[in-house]
Design a protein around this ligand. Structure first.
Ligand code: MRU
Length: 337
Protein backbone atom coordinates (compact mmCIF):
# COMPACT_ATOMS: atom_id res chain seq x y z
CA UNK A 1 0.00 0.00 0.00
CA UNK A 2 1.13 3.55 -0.77
CA UNK A 3 2.68 5.58 2.08
CA UNK A 4 0.83 8.84 2.80
CA UNK A 5 3.50 10.35 5.04
CA UNK A 6 6.82 9.17 6.48
CA UNK A 7 9.61 10.65 8.57
CA UNK A 8 13.03 10.40 6.90
CA UNK A 9 16.49 11.83 7.63
CA UNK A 10 15.96 14.26 4.73
CA UNK A 11 12.65 15.57 6.14
CA UNK A 12 8.94 14.71 6.12
CA UNK A 13 8.01 12.94 2.88
CA UNK A 14 4.41 13.00 1.62
CA UNK A 15 2.74 11.73 -1.52
CA UNK A 16 1.47 14.81 -3.40
CA UNK A 17 -2.31 14.37 -3.31
CA UNK A 18 -2.89 17.32 -5.64
CA UNK A 19 -1.36 15.37 -8.49
CA UNK A 20 -2.93 11.94 -7.99
CA UNK A 21 -3.99 9.90 -9.83
CA UNK A 22 -2.19 11.29 -12.90
CA UNK A 23 1.23 11.29 -11.24
CA UNK A 24 2.63 9.53 -8.19
CA UNK A 25 5.17 12.05 -6.92
CA UNK A 26 6.51 12.74 -3.44
CA UNK A 27 7.23 16.05 -1.72
CA UNK A 28 9.98 16.37 0.91
CA UNK A 29 9.33 19.06 3.53
CA UNK A 30 12.69 20.14 4.98
CA UNK A 31 11.41 22.55 7.64
CA UNK A 32 8.22 23.16 9.62
CA UNK A 33 7.11 26.01 7.34
CA UNK A 34 7.15 23.66 4.36
CA UNK A 35 5.03 21.19 6.34
CA UNK A 36 2.55 23.99 7.12
CA UNK A 37 2.42 24.97 3.44
CA UNK A 38 1.89 21.32 2.43
CA UNK A 39 -1.13 21.11 4.76
CA UNK A 40 -2.55 24.44 3.57
CA UNK A 41 -2.13 23.65 -0.12
CA UNK A 42 -3.54 20.10 0.25
CA UNK A 43 -0.39 18.17 -0.68
CA UNK A 44 -1.60 16.23 2.34
CA UNK A 45 -5.24 16.35 3.48
CA UNK A 46 -7.75 14.35 5.49
CA UNK A 47 -8.19 14.91 9.23
CA UNK A 48 -5.96 12.15 10.69
CA UNK A 49 -3.26 12.67 8.02
CA UNK A 50 -2.95 16.38 8.75
CA UNK A 51 -2.72 15.52 12.45
CA UNK A 52 0.27 13.27 11.72
CA UNK A 53 1.77 15.94 9.45
CA UNK A 54 1.41 18.61 12.15
CA UNK A 55 3.08 16.35 14.75
CA UNK A 56 5.97 15.71 12.35
CA UNK A 57 6.10 19.44 11.57
CA UNK A 58 6.53 20.23 15.27
CA UNK A 59 9.30 17.61 15.58
CA UNK A 60 11.01 18.95 12.45
CA UNK A 61 10.82 22.55 13.68
CA UNK A 62 12.43 21.62 17.00
CA UNK A 63 15.06 19.48 15.28
CA UNK A 64 16.07 22.31 12.92
CA UNK A 65 15.81 24.91 15.72
CA UNK A 66 14.47 27.54 13.25
CA UNK A 67 11.95 29.10 15.62
CA UNK A 68 10.58 29.15 19.16
CA UNK A 69 8.37 26.18 20.06
CA UNK A 70 5.19 28.31 20.30
CA UNK A 71 5.84 29.91 16.93
CA UNK A 72 6.19 26.45 15.33
CA UNK A 73 2.94 25.23 16.91
CA UNK A 74 1.03 28.42 16.01
CA UNK A 75 2.17 28.34 12.38
CA UNK A 76 1.00 24.73 12.02
CA UNK A 77 -2.28 25.44 13.84
CA UNK A 78 -3.13 28.28 11.43
CA UNK A 79 -3.12 26.01 8.35
CA UNK A 80 -6.65 24.59 8.36
CA UNK A 81 -9.40 25.30 10.91
CA UNK A 82 -11.97 22.48 10.76
CA UNK A 83 -10.24 19.13 11.35
CA UNK A 84 -9.74 18.90 15.11
CA UNK A 85 -7.08 16.17 14.72
CA UNK A 86 -4.64 18.94 13.72
CA UNK A 87 -5.07 20.69 17.10
CA UNK A 88 -5.20 17.38 18.96
CA UNK A 89 -1.79 16.36 17.54
CA UNK A 90 -0.18 19.76 18.21
CA UNK A 91 -1.52 19.63 21.76
CA UNK A 92 -0.08 16.16 22.29
CA UNK A 93 3.34 17.37 21.10
CA UNK A 94 3.06 20.49 23.27
CA UNK A 95 2.32 18.44 26.40
CA UNK A 96 5.29 16.16 25.73
CA UNK A 97 7.52 19.20 25.15
CA UNK A 98 6.42 20.70 28.47
CA UNK A 99 7.13 17.43 30.29
CA UNK A 100 10.70 17.52 28.92
CA UNK A 101 11.49 21.00 30.22
CA UNK A 102 15.06 21.14 31.51
CA UNK A 103 16.20 18.04 29.60
CA UNK A 104 19.17 18.21 27.19
CA UNK A 105 18.19 19.52 23.75
CA UNK A 106 19.30 16.30 22.03
CA UNK A 107 16.95 14.29 24.21
CA UNK A 108 14.04 16.68 23.61
CA UNK A 109 14.54 16.42 19.85
CA UNK A 110 14.76 12.63 19.89
CA UNK A 111 11.65 12.28 22.05
CA UNK A 112 9.57 14.61 19.83
CA UNK A 113 10.60 12.73 16.70
CA UNK A 114 9.74 9.44 18.40
CA UNK A 115 6.34 10.80 19.46
CA UNK A 116 5.46 12.00 15.93
CA UNK A 117 6.35 8.59 14.54
CA UNK A 118 4.30 6.94 17.28
CA UNK A 119 1.25 9.05 16.35
CA UNK A 120 1.62 7.80 12.78
CA UNK A 121 1.84 4.15 13.76
CA UNK A 122 -0.99 4.46 16.27
CA UNK A 123 -3.19 5.96 13.57
CA UNK A 124 -2.79 2.88 11.36
CA UNK A 125 -3.64 0.56 14.28
CA UNK A 126 -6.65 2.75 15.20
CA UNK A 127 -7.97 2.51 11.64
CA UNK A 128 -7.62 -1.27 11.64
CA UNK A 129 -9.56 -1.43 14.93
CA UNK A 130 -12.24 0.81 13.44
CA UNK A 131 -12.42 -1.57 10.50
CA UNK A 132 -13.03 -4.53 12.83
CA UNK A 133 -15.87 -2.70 14.60
CA UNK A 134 -17.41 -1.31 11.43
CA UNK A 135 -17.24 -4.28 9.06
CA UNK A 136 -20.25 -6.11 10.60
CA UNK A 137 -22.43 -3.06 9.83
CA UNK A 138 -21.83 -3.32 6.08
CA UNK A 139 -24.58 -5.32 4.31
CA UNK A 140 -23.28 -8.18 2.15
CA UNK A 141 -23.98 -8.21 -1.56
CA UNK A 142 -24.75 -4.48 -1.81
CA UNK A 143 -23.02 -1.24 -2.77
CA UNK A 144 -21.41 1.10 -0.21
CA UNK A 145 -21.64 4.81 -0.97
CA UNK A 146 -18.86 7.07 0.29
CA UNK A 147 -18.08 10.77 -0.01
CA UNK A 148 -14.70 12.52 -0.30
CA UNK A 149 -11.66 10.39 0.59
CA UNK A 150 -11.50 8.91 4.07
CA UNK A 151 -8.97 6.31 3.07
CA UNK A 152 -5.31 5.42 3.43
CA UNK A 153 -4.48 8.78 1.83
CA UNK A 154 -6.49 10.72 4.43
CA UNK A 155 -4.76 8.92 7.31
CA UNK A 156 -1.39 7.34 8.04
CA UNK A 157 -2.73 4.20 6.34
CA UNK A 158 -5.77 1.88 5.87
CA UNK A 159 -8.34 4.65 6.29
CA UNK A 160 -11.40 5.35 8.42
CA UNK A 161 -14.46 4.93 6.16
CA UNK A 162 -12.38 3.05 3.59
CA UNK A 163 -10.87 1.04 6.47
CA UNK A 164 -14.39 -0.18 7.28
CA UNK A 165 -14.86 -1.07 3.61
CA UNK A 166 -11.47 -2.82 3.46
CA UNK A 167 -12.29 -4.82 6.60
CA UNK A 168 -15.71 -5.82 5.19
CA UNK A 169 -14.01 -7.06 2.00
CA UNK A 170 -11.38 -8.90 4.06
CA UNK A 171 -14.21 -10.57 5.99
CA UNK A 172 -15.47 -12.01 2.69
CA UNK A 173 -18.34 -9.61 1.96
CA UNK A 174 -19.15 -9.18 -1.71
CA UNK A 175 -19.47 -5.43 -1.97
CA UNK A 176 -18.60 -2.68 -4.37
CA UNK A 177 -18.21 1.05 -3.79
CA UNK A 178 -19.81 4.15 -5.24
CA UNK A 179 -17.49 7.13 -4.76
CA UNK A 180 -19.01 10.60 -4.97
CA UNK A 181 -16.76 12.68 -7.19
CA UNK A 182 -16.64 15.37 -4.42
CA UNK A 183 -16.52 18.78 -6.06
CA UNK A 184 -14.50 20.95 -6.07
CA UNK A 185 -11.24 19.17 -5.12
CA UNK A 186 -12.40 15.78 -6.50
CA UNK A 187 -11.11 13.66 -3.61
CA UNK A 188 -13.64 10.94 -4.50
CA UNK A 189 -12.96 10.72 -8.24
CA UNK A 190 -9.19 11.08 -7.92
CA UNK A 191 -8.18 9.61 -4.56
CA UNK A 192 -10.88 7.19 -3.33
CA UNK A 193 -11.24 5.50 -6.71
CA UNK A 194 -7.45 5.32 -7.12
CA UNK A 195 -6.71 3.72 -3.78
CA UNK A 196 -9.65 1.28 -3.80
CA UNK A 197 -8.87 0.08 -7.32
CA UNK A 198 -5.27 -0.55 -6.23
CA UNK A 199 -6.73 -2.96 -3.66
CA UNK A 200 -8.93 -4.61 -6.29
CA UNK A 201 -12.17 -3.29 -4.74
CA UNK A 202 -14.66 -2.54 -7.55
CA UNK A 203 -15.38 1.19 -7.55
CA UNK A 204 -17.72 3.38 -9.56
CA UNK A 205 -17.38 7.16 -9.61
CA UNK A 206 -20.59 9.18 -9.62
CA UNK A 207 -21.01 12.96 -9.60
CA UNK A 208 -22.26 14.39 -6.30
CA UNK A 209 -25.70 15.14 -7.73
CA UNK A 210 -26.27 11.47 -8.62
CA UNK A 211 -26.19 10.26 -5.00
CA UNK A 212 -29.93 10.73 -4.42
CA UNK A 213 -30.81 8.80 -7.56
CA UNK A 214 -28.78 5.79 -6.47
CA UNK A 215 -29.84 5.95 -2.81
CA UNK A 216 -33.45 5.70 -4.03
CA UNK A 217 -32.66 2.77 -6.33
CA UNK A 218 -32.33 0.15 -3.57
CA UNK A 219 -28.81 -0.69 -4.66
CA UNK A 220 -26.97 1.10 -1.82
CA UNK A 221 -26.73 -0.98 1.39
CA UNK A 222 -25.20 1.77 3.50
CA UNK A 223 -23.27 5.04 3.39
CA UNK A 224 -19.92 5.24 5.19
CA UNK A 225 -18.04 8.54 5.48
CA UNK A 226 -15.25 9.99 7.62
CA UNK A 227 -15.32 13.14 9.76
CA UNK A 228 -13.22 16.21 10.46
CA UNK A 229 -14.79 17.03 13.80
CA UNK A 230 -17.66 15.57 15.80
CA UNK A 231 -19.39 17.69 18.45
CA UNK A 232 -20.51 16.29 21.83
CA UNK A 233 -24.10 15.88 20.55
CA UNK A 234 -22.98 13.78 17.54
CA UNK A 235 -23.24 16.51 14.87
CA UNK A 236 -20.60 15.71 12.25
CA UNK A 237 -18.39 18.08 10.22
CA UNK A 238 -17.20 16.44 7.03
CA UNK A 239 -16.48 17.36 3.41
CA UNK A 240 -19.02 19.68 1.78
CA UNK A 241 -21.84 17.59 0.34
CA UNK A 242 -21.93 15.06 3.19
CA UNK A 243 -25.05 16.66 4.69
CA UNK A 244 -27.02 16.25 1.44
CA UNK A 245 -26.01 12.58 1.27
CA UNK A 246 -27.10 12.02 4.89
CA UNK A 247 -30.53 13.56 4.34
CA UNK A 248 -31.05 11.55 1.15
CA UNK A 249 -29.93 8.38 2.95
CA UNK A 250 -32.48 8.89 5.73
CA UNK A 251 -35.24 9.73 3.24
CA UNK A 252 -34.56 6.41 1.51
CA UNK A 253 -34.07 4.27 4.64
CA UNK A 254 -30.34 3.69 3.99
CA UNK A 255 -28.11 3.59 7.13
CA UNK A 256 -25.60 6.44 7.32
CA UNK A 257 -22.40 5.57 9.23
CA UNK A 258 -19.51 7.83 10.23
CA UNK A 259 -16.10 6.26 10.92
CA UNK A 260 -13.70 8.42 12.91
CA UNK A 261 -11.08 8.02 15.62
CA UNK A 262 -11.65 9.35 19.14
CA UNK A 263 -9.18 12.15 18.29
CA UNK A 264 -11.87 13.54 15.93
CA UNK A 265 -14.32 14.03 18.83
CA UNK A 266 -14.50 17.58 20.15
CA UNK A 267 -16.53 17.24 23.32
CA UNK A 268 -15.82 20.89 24.21
CA UNK A 269 -18.45 21.88 21.61
CA UNK A 270 -22.04 21.04 22.49
CA UNK A 271 -23.27 21.35 18.89
CA UNK A 272 -21.98 21.24 15.33
CA UNK A 273 -23.05 24.88 14.85
CA UNK A 274 -19.91 25.86 16.79
CA UNK A 275 -17.50 24.01 14.48
CA UNK A 276 -15.45 26.47 12.37
CA UNK A 277 -15.98 25.89 8.66
CA UNK A 278 -13.01 26.53 6.39
CA UNK A 279 -13.71 28.82 3.42
CA UNK A 280 -11.34 28.04 0.56
CA UNK A 281 -10.31 29.98 -2.54
CA UNK A 282 -13.06 30.76 -5.11
CA UNK A 283 -10.59 29.56 -7.75
CA UNK A 284 -11.27 25.94 -6.70
CA UNK A 285 -14.88 26.46 -7.85
CA UNK A 286 -14.38 28.70 -10.86
CA UNK A 287 -11.60 26.60 -12.36
CA UNK A 288 -11.13 22.87 -12.99
CA UNK A 289 -7.44 22.00 -13.37
CA UNK A 290 -6.74 25.60 -14.36
CA UNK A 291 -9.55 25.77 -16.92
CA UNK A 292 -12.23 28.40 -16.16
CA UNK A 293 -15.72 26.86 -16.01
CA UNK A 294 -17.89 29.48 -14.25
CA UNK A 295 -19.27 32.62 -15.88
CA UNK A 296 -16.97 35.51 -15.12
CA UNK A 297 -18.47 37.94 -12.63
CA UNK A 298 -20.64 35.36 -10.84
CA UNK A 299 -20.48 35.34 -7.04
CA UNK A 300 -18.68 32.28 -5.69
CA UNK A 301 -18.99 30.38 -2.40
CA UNK A 302 -16.57 27.66 -1.32
CA UNK A 303 -17.21 26.28 2.18
CA UNK A 304 -14.99 23.19 2.41
CA UNK A 305 -17.15 21.36 4.99
CA UNK A 306 -20.74 21.07 6.15
CA UNK A 307 -22.42 19.90 9.33
CA UNK A 308 -24.63 16.82 9.36
CA UNK A 309 -27.05 17.03 12.30
CA UNK A 310 -26.92 13.96 14.59
CA UNK A 311 -30.47 12.85 13.69
CA UNK A 312 -29.19 11.70 10.28
CA UNK A 313 -26.31 9.65 11.73
CA UNK A 314 -27.21 5.99 12.28
CA UNK A 315 -23.99 5.19 14.20
CA UNK A 316 -20.44 6.48 14.72
CA UNK A 317 -17.69 3.86 14.46
CA UNK A 318 -14.53 4.55 16.49
CA UNK A 319 -11.52 2.41 17.40
CA UNK A 320 -13.25 1.70 20.72
CA UNK A 321 -16.56 0.46 19.34
CA UNK A 322 -19.80 1.65 17.76
CA UNK A 323 -21.55 4.68 19.30
CA UNK A 324 -25.33 4.93 18.81
CA UNK A 325 -27.81 7.69 19.65
CA UNK A 326 -28.21 9.41 22.02
CA UNK A 327 -24.68 10.53 21.22
CA UNK A 328 -24.36 12.82 24.26
CA UNK A 329 -24.00 9.65 26.36
CA UNK A 330 -22.37 7.22 23.94
CA UNK A 331 -19.62 9.62 22.78
CA UNK A 332 -18.78 10.60 26.36
CA UNK A 333 -18.38 6.88 27.16
CA UNK A 334 -16.11 6.42 24.10
CA UNK A 335 -13.89 9.33 25.12
CA UNK A 336 -13.62 8.23 28.76
CA UNK A 337 -11.39 5.17 28.36
O1 MRU B 1 -10.48 18.91 2.60
P1 MRU B 1 -10.05 17.52 2.95
O2 MRU B 1 -9.72 16.67 1.77
O3 MRU B 1 -8.95 17.53 3.98
O4 MRU B 1 -11.33 16.89 3.64
C1 MRU B 1 -11.27 15.56 4.07
C2 MRU B 1 -12.55 15.02 4.58
O5 MRU B 1 -13.54 15.70 4.64
C3 MRU B 1 -12.52 13.61 5.10
O6 MRU B 1 -13.75 12.99 4.89
C4 MRU B 1 -12.22 13.64 6.59
O7 MRU B 1 -11.06 14.40 6.85
C5 MRU B 1 -12.04 12.28 7.16
S1 MRU B 1 -10.56 11.55 6.60
C6 MRU B 1 -10.33 10.06 7.34
Amino acid sequence: MVETIVWTDAGVVMIDQRRLPAEEVYVTCRDYKEVAEAIRSMVIRGAPAIGVAAAMGVALGVLRGDAEFDEICDTLARTRPTAVNLFWAIDRMRKLHESLRGKPVEEVRARLIEEAQRIRLEDIAINQAMGRHGAPLVPDGKTVLTHCNAGALATAGYGTALGVIRAAVAAGKKIDVFADETRPFLQGARLTAWELLQDGIPTTVITDGMAGHFLKSGRIGCVVVGADRIAANGDVANKIGTYSVAVLAKENGVPFYVAAPVSTLDLTLDSGDKIPIEQRSPLEVTHVFGVPVAAEGAGIENPAFDITPNRYVTAIVTERGVARPPYGDSLRQMAKW
